[in-house]
Design a protein around this ligand. Structure first.
Ligand SMILES: Cc1cc2nc3c(=O)[nH]c(=O)nc-3n(C[C@H](O)[C@H](O)[C@H](O)COP(=O)(O)OP(=O)(O)OC[C@H]3O[C@@H](n4cnc5c(N)ncnc54)[C@H](O)[C@@H]3O)c2cc1C
Length: 314
């Protein structure tokens, strides 16, 4: 009997949609059993949300004080301890999963398969390489556990309506004491998480300053959108780097992506390939982003944003 264990991503109270997307990937592997592990200092609320995902057999809660901040150094040995009962360990290819799973793979002495975008067979997967410009098919060696991250932009969230069993896992694992949580700083405020938002507004170098980003935040708040940025905007200090979209930032798949003052470098486009509709506003009609945009508007963002705000305000 083959089993898949998914590591739940959450913020302490809400299960991230990325977990439901891992369930969809797991379903396409065709294993006999899909379980989800929840690590926290208080697991109940998250476990209930995970149990509602359809196709999941069991939720294993691992509750201990060290799990309150989900540091890789603490989670990895616990995940590795649970691995004995499974053939696959999956986590989303988000900042969370990318932090934790390489440490798990190292503890289990296997290579990690990163960014699964489709399942071709029980041990064969497709994943992007060269900033998404090529797709490679990789086959994991037989008889070894598969440790992998799932490209969340490639999967829809699994439906809800399930009622998995919830059991408390007892793990006798000694955790290293050399690393501890100090503080968490986020720059994005209360706006929707970039990787879960259905609308994302993004600003590039063309926004020209940290202060000017305020007009983008205001517009985003009016329509409940997340706000992203190009690397040039991050490097210039206009926004924090957790807002970066692209090859070395976040890979996102909103229904609607609106790019303001972004030229459309390949490394940026890698991050938005799976967006439903891409709208570009750029004053240069030759900007490469117009080649991939579904809707393009040649114009100055400082004229376009106030006009959009005015129309929304009506
Ligand atoms: C290894 C590597 C990894 C990288 N990873 C990433 C990544 O993850 N994400 C990423 O974004 N980039 C990444 N880059 C950088 C990428 O190559 C580009 O340099 C970057 O995306 C450019 O950002 P930009 O479009 O904001 O700036 P620019 O290329 O300078 O474009 C600014 C655009 O704004 C327009 N503009 C200016 N003023 C206005 C105005 N008032 N109204 C309307 N339009 C205006 C201009 O016409 C121009 O098209 C990476 C590069 C490398 C080498």
């Amino acid at each position: 009997m083959s089993g898949i264990l998914i590591v739940a991503e959450h913020d302490g109270s809400t299960l991230n949609q990325s977990t439901a997307k891992c369930v969809s990937c797991a379903q396409s592997i065709g294993a006999d059993r899909i379980d989800i592990a929840v690590f926290s200092n208080q697991c109940a609320t998250i476990a209930e949300q995970a149990a509602a995902l359809s196709g999941v057999a069991r939720i294993i809660t691992v509750e201990r004080a060290e799990n309150s901040h989900q540091l890789a150094v603490h989670l990895a040995p616990q995940i590795a301890a649970l691995a004995a009962n499974y053939d696959y360990l999956l986590a989303p290819s988000t900042t969370f999963g990318k932090d934790i799973m390489p440490a798990v793979a190292a503890l289990l002495d296997v290579g990690q398969i990163s960014d699964i975008m489709s399942v071709e067979g029980p041990r064969t997967f497709k994943r992007p390489i060269y900033a998404g410009n090529a797709i490679i098919t990789v086959k994991a060696p037989d008889a070894k556990i598969i440790v992998a991250t799932v490209r969340v932009a490639s999967y829809r969230a699994a439906a809800t309506g399930g009622s998995a069993d919830i059991t408390a896992g007892t793990l006798d694992v000694e955790l290293p004491g050399h690393t501890r949580f100090r503080e968490l700083r986020t720059g994005g405020g209360d706006r929707p998480d970039l990787q879960a938002a259905s609308i994302v507004l993004s600003g590039g170098r063309g926004v020209a300053s940290k202060e000017n980003f305020e007009i983008l935040y205001r517009l985003a708040d009016k329509i409940g959108a997340g706000v992203g940025a190009s690397r040039a905007a991050v490097d210039a200090g206009y926004v924090p780097n957790d807002m970066q979209v692209g090859q070395t930032g976040k890979i996102i798949s909103p229904d609607l992506y609106i790019a303001f003052g972004i030229s459309g470098a390949i490394q940026h486009l890698t991050g938005i390939k799976d967006a439903g509709t891409i709208v570009a506003i750029n004053r240069d009609s030759e900007a490469p982003i117009f080649e991939i945009a579904d809707i393009g508007l040649v114009g100055d963002l400082f004229d376009v944003i106030p006009e959009l705000e005015r129309r929304l305000g009506e």
